[in-house]
Design a protein around this ligand. Structure first.
Ligand SMILES: C=CC1=C(C)c2cc3[nH]c(cc4nc(cc5[nH]c(cc1n2)c(C)c5CCC(=O)O)C(CCC(=O)O)=C4C)c(C)c3C=C
Ligand code: FE2
Ligand code: FE2
Length: 340
């Protein structure tokens, strides 16, 4: 058979090609700090089988019958405490990170951002990148520590989109970077700067990571080990012998046993045993969000002070700081090797 150059029909859309896309992804957030939007967000999030590993037949009645009738109102009130004129902090900061990354990577790649739950969705943004001619796409879940409930579910969502397409883009995924020198250096420098700018000298620096059910560790999820390794490397890198560093897990949900020690219990225990000055950082969160701005900075302060603590500071996440963006540029450029 002879090969003939392909002829596109006259009404075929123009074919752009050969570009490289980067899609940065974070968890997701409601559209507004009101009960209805928070219920929609929680319904999607808490129906993910990677997040709640209970058979649907048992879990869905509990979710629909109890949780979605009680939690949205309470969570909406918490979201209102941190909402900004640019919307949810998590979405606003993720958008700014994508913009800053686009400026750093200049013309060679197109950067977009997505939320795993809610909008802008992963399929919508992958579609946008492909429409712009990106046939190679790096999917970058901004979770330094790998977890089935976060990293894997981003990849699942992208794979669902690929499955529906005749013409697939080539996808790569950003590996976890919990022990990457660029990440540890960025945290050490940014947290060091923030600690030095405080008007008091903390005795304790709490490193609070998002919690997970203990069962996921027993089943082999590397999340807990990744958090512990980040904390160990960070402590070594910060080299502050006068600062006691303690690793904890926050945001316990439901009745099952979660990873310990819990952040809230630890804050109360520190206050009760005479620690007066404490700072808390959340190295596993790429962007400030409800869990850092409300749960740590507001509730955490209350827990510490009520138990006897005196001075408390919640340090910012890397967000769009120079060390944070330089780190993201480094790890993303490395993963784009051979593509740009
Ligand atoms: C069983 C429930 C949950 C698991 C497992 C879980 C894991 C997990 N979550 C994050 C990061 C974030 N979680 C955030 C909010 C949030 N998380 C849960 C529940 C679980 N998370 C709920 C119900 C909520 C919503 C708020 C509330 O009602 O309390 C956020 C913030 C989102 C925002 O809009 O600001 C982040 C970020 C990680 C990294 C993780 C596992 C490692
Ligand atoms: Fe969470
Ligand atoms: Fe929380």
């Amino acid at each position: 058979m002879t090969h003939r150059p392909q002829q596109l029909p006259a009404d075929h859309p123009p074919v752009k090609s050969g570009r490289v896309g980067v899609l940065v992804v974070n968890l997701g957030t409601p559209e507004a700090p009101e009960t209805g939007p928070v219920r929609r967000y929680l319904a999607e999030f808490l129906s993910d089988r990677r997040v709640i590993e209970i058979p649907s037949l048992i879990w869905q009645p509990i979710l629909r019958g109890i949780i979605l009738n009680t939690r949205p109102q309470k969570s909406a009130a918490a979201y209102r405490e941190v909402w900004t004129d640019k919307g949810s902090p998590l979405a606003a900061i993720t958008a700014e990170q994508a913009e800053a990354l686009q400026a750093r990577l200049a013309g060679s790649v197109q950067v977009e951002w997505a939320m795993r739950y809610g909008e802008p969705s992963i399929p919508r943004q992958l579609e946008k990148l492909m429409d712009e001619g990106c046939e190679r796409i790096l999917l970058a879940p901004l979770y330094p520590q790998y977890c089935g409930a976060t990293t894997a579910t981003v990849v699942d969502k992208a794979a669902d989109w690929l499955r529906e397409r005749r013409w697939q883009a080539s996808l790569r995924t950003l590996p976890p970077y919990h022990d990457d020198q660029a990440y540890i250096d960025a945290l050490a420098s940014d947290l060091g700067r923030q600690l030095d700018a405080l008007d008091f000298t903390p005795e304790v620096l709490l490193l609070s990571f998002h919690g997970m059910p203990q069962r996921t560790l027993d089943l082999g999820d590397p999340y807990h080990c990744h958090c512990r390794k980040t904390a160990r490397l960070l402590e070594e890198r910060m080299a502050r012998p006068d600062l006691r560093m303690v690793t904890t897990f926050q945001s316990r949900f439901g009745r099952a046993k979660w990873l310990e020690p819990a952040t809230d219990d630890t804050l109360m225990a520190e206050g009760a045993k005479g620690t007066k000055r404490l700072a808390v950082a959340a190295p596993g969160f790429s962007a400030d969000c409800l869990e850092t701005l409300e749960e740590l900075a507001m509730q955490g302060k209350e827990q510490f002070v009520e138990a006897g603590g005196e001075q408390f500071a919640a340090l910012s996440c890397l967000n769009t700081s120079d060390p944070g963006m330089a780190m993201l540029e480094t790890i993303i450029r490395r993963e784009l090797g051979g593509w740009i």
